[in-house]
Design a protein around this ligand. Sequence first.
Ligand code: BGC
Length: 454
Amino acid sequence: MPENTRFPESFLWGCATSAYQIEGSPLADGAGPSMWERFAHTPGMMHNDDNGDIACDHYRRFRDDVRLMRDLGLTSYRFSIAWSRILPSGTGAINQKGLDFYRQLVDALLEGGITPMATLYHWDLPEALDDRGGWLNRDCADWFAEYASTCFEALDDRVPRWVTLNEPWVVTDGGYLHGVLAPGHRNPYETARASHNLMRAHGAAVQAYRAVGAHQIGLVVNLEPKYPASESAEDRAATQRADAYMNRQYLDPALKGTYPPEMREIFGDAWPDWPAADFEQIRQPIDFLGINYYTRGLTAHDPSAWPLYARTVRVPQATYTETDWEVHEESFTDILRWVRDRYGDIPLYVTENGAAFYDPPVAADDGVHDPLRIDYLRRHLRAVHTAIKQGADVRGYYLWSLLDNLEWSLGFAKRFGIVHVNYETLERTPKDSAKFYAEVIASHGESLSEPRTK
Ligand code: BGC
């Protein structure tokens, strides 16, 4: 008998996107520039000089996109709000037209029976605040709370779930240590400070929510389980550091009020003794945790890989995605269980999971045949189901991503969507994976137990 893969009745089935990656028209209707606007227009920073000026043109086509979501049967949708559409200078004057855009989007979702989940920060800090030091300035916690309160006041009557930050690790590792994402800095002293200030901002936004909000608020982290590449003491120690850096650096302060001891080992004197009061601000009770999972990391000691002295090892015979991430769904189950074991019974949402693969062009039959993505999704959805059976309280799954979109500095070349976007005509074509996901949703997961020939 095939295994029962039916998900709990109240489980939410969603897709996730973010503002700069899909909206286009970043300066329309009074919006201010963000640091991504500046980064993407700096020569040499983006693959193929791509930028978010048009992206998927979702800003103007959002009603069509909501229709697509309805056709798929989505019951929820996770999107992000562009801070500089709401407060063009980051603080101060409110741009009503920016709020109107998100209100219209949320209304269209609700009319379609789709529950919104809104992320406040998916990496697009207003340029005006970056000019004032951005995440390096301790005032950023107040700036973020002001912006967050503006959004809560305008939209909490119809948005039941809020996310403060998306993936603080990527913001700091890519933006402040390796310089491959906005704002493009390379400085460990800055990295430590930006990390800590992001968490203070998270805490400040949660505090602000408790004053005005009536629903739920949480944090989204990207987790990558780390396993030693060998049994050597060096590889095991490298694995501990990599795990602390990527997985515990944000969850420990948010949920336990401390940093992992390895942070000092990794950053040396760039990791200061933070004021004790900061931890009280950071450790605010949250209603749920969002987990983004893409891959695992088989980890080896590497003396050249400063400052972590650890690197991810390539696994022979494994399948890799177009972004060079190993496909390893068992680790997804592991990490969901690990979160429950380490941090207790907090409700979880998978807020991102998906893959970029090379897609053939739109076929004569008007389809896009993407069997590798279907295989990835099937494996990972089953892994979530297994985690639930093992006791992880996972309440929803948001596939990354609804549409092909701007994969940050990798430009439009890497396609994560289950809906193909023709960047010349902006036409949307559901891929085979969209049909697969629609069937999963319609059967509440039961179709996942069918043989893999489909
Ligand atoms: C981010 C997305 C990104 C995706 C794929 C996540 O790190 O939240 O914005 O497109 O992964 O790389």
